[in-house]
Design a protein around this ligand. Structure first.
Ligand code: FES
Ligand code: FES
Length: 154
């Protein structure tokens, strides 16, 4: 089937098999930040945005993205780097395996939540598993980053 979509602002047109997962499709286009952890909607590693809303690309068909704008970490490098400084400051970096999907949700949270509580942050990130169980460091980094993005200090 024919699809036409934008990946990180670049127009792509293709003829694909109808059952192609979006995860496979964006990786075939060079977006290797999008990774497969579980393939069962449980780990959050494959998170990307469709029209700025986070989705789990392992369980979404590429056909569903037809006519839409896809964003992956490759398209958000500056912001991801900025957030990375907060992660480093909190000593939250461990193996980094969970980082791509986790960062996609953090950057979506920056856009979506005008105000936030600790519970809001935890709820937003509940689907992002970290095998190193680095959750508290990540939580401190996210909170500091959100405060900074809302006009607070670094
Ligand atoms: S690979 Fe998609 S949620 Fe784990
Ligand atoms: S930092 Fe290792 S899986 Fe999260």
């Amino acid at each position: 089937m024919e699809i036409k979509l934008w990946i990180n602002g670049k127009l792509t047109e293709d003829n694909i098999e109808p059952d192609t997962p979006l995860l496979e499709y964006v990786r075939s286009k060079g977006c290797l930040s999008v990774k497969r952890g579980c393939e069962t909607s449980n780990c959050g590693l494959c998170t990307l945005w469709i029209d700025e809303k986070p989705v789990l690309s392992c369980t979404v068909l590429a056909a569903r993205a037809n006519g839409k704008h896809i964003t992956t970490l490759e398209g958000l490098q500056e912001e991801a780097k900025e957030f990375g400084e907060f992660m480093a400051k909190e000593g939250a970096d461990q193996c980094g395996y969970c980082n791509p999907g986790f960062i996609m949700n953090v950057l979506a949270m920056v856009r979506e939540l005008k105000e936030f509580s600790d519970e809001d942050i935890k709820e937003y990130l509940v689907g992002n598993l970290c095998r190193c169980t680095g959750y508290m460091g990540q939580f401190r980094a996210v909170k500091a980053f959100l405060n900074y993005k809302r006009g607070g200090e670094r």
